[in-house]
Design a protein around this ligand. Sequence first.
Ligand code: CA
Length: 529
Amino acid sequence: MLLRCWSAVFGLALSLCCAAAHAQDPFIAARQVSETLQPARQHADQEASVAKRLKALEAKTGRKPNILILLVDDMGWGDPGAFGGGTAIGAPTPAIDRIAREGLKLTSTYAQPTCTPTRAAMMTGRLPARTGLTRPTLTGERVLVSPWANEKSAAALLNESGYMTALSGKWHLGEAETDHPQQVGYDEYLGILGVLSEYTQGLDERRYPELVHNAERMAALRKLSNPAVMAARKGEKSRVVTRLDSLDKVAEIDQQFAAYSEDFIHRAAQAKKPFYLVHSFSRVHNDNFPAKDFKGKSPAANPYKDAVIEVDAIVERLMKKLKDEGIADNTLVFFTSDNGANEDAGSDGGFHPWRGGKGTTWEGGVRVPGIAYWPGMIKGGRESDGLFDLLDIFNTSIRLGGGKLPDDRYIDGVDQTSFLLADNGQSNREAVFMYSERNLTAMRWEEFKIHFKVFQTPIPGSNIDESVLVSAGLSPWVYNLYLDPKEQKSVGHRTFEWGLPRVVGLVGKHMETYRKYPMKDLGLIKPVQ
Ligand code: CA
């Protein structure tokens, strides 16, 4: 009975909304310009002024701008000082705070709830349900279908526009040879193909004694995964650069990635070519073993906090490199994290003021720090709560590089160039759709968060290891994030009845896109659903 009522409410709202969408929409609605593109809000003035400034810059520099993405692994929204953490929580972040202060601080930046899905989203502009990369691949896991079959990366598209492209650090988007970075659009890479804990588990006898002290288990593990820093250039097979056979070697890998990124930036500057560099930290994902120069050096003297200050020092190094090469004013830097803090990791996880953590679509799992920095192009001191989905980095990068978006597939990202660059830029994104694997669980619209399915975690902090996903009852669970940022007491239908037609309409339209552009199954679906 309840279900029937809810369907009736849902159906009524949907039909009301569709009718409204054809008439005068009472809200600032996104407009669909192409069947294959996510509808975007139109801001003609900011678009025109930014297009003019970009043209002037290109006339001055003689080339398209560089794009440097600084992607931290599992950093919490509140870890950087600029977002409320830093010195107050035992790990000062002066370099990150400086680029936030001198650039644009984005307080509503959204990732997917785990590593692989976010990386796939950023690099393809497509939701994980559409690319099939719906959850992290596991140790040595070979998926049935190449995740890159029929996908096109931003690196590949920018390459076609004359960019030098590189990945430095963590990949986690396919360990089979066909799926390595140099096979899917990057000119070159140096990094790890999996995730840090995949490597530390075979080395850390305090955390994993039942594995490390059992020769048979170790032999079986080594058949699945051989930890190493790998590298390759386009046309080559990946080669081992450093075998990660000790925790001391694992501890130094982010230093290795930083040196590689500095060298790549130098080479691109020398070649006078624009570059697209994804600098993808292995930090601050558990298990943290900071480099020797950082061990015990944070005020907290804890491995996670030491890893935070190591990340900050590397941000400083890379900013200095851009400046020293004389290309800082022609480089968009975007700093973010691939998902929210991992509460399951305890003191080896990050900080945020939200509910939930990595693995969930509560704010704690998906809301991440976001900073856009570009001296001379982004006015310092800006802050915005406008919506930014990390999917949008794809469209924004292609736009800056003068490339063309593919039109034979659905692109879920939105071009946010004018939002980032205009002095008072407004977000071009109307809503963020949140998924757990193939389930649409929630959405953010304006300052509201609407849940259709919710994560329940009987043991606080066990978000990944011990949660269940259940459908909301008669009404979606709705929170006004300005009044209830911790999502504690749903206002459901009581004070949000007015907004439901719009959000339900947006969901209906979103789900319709799967008819022509369906979800992909790579074999990552669990054996028991
Ligand atoms: Ca992650």
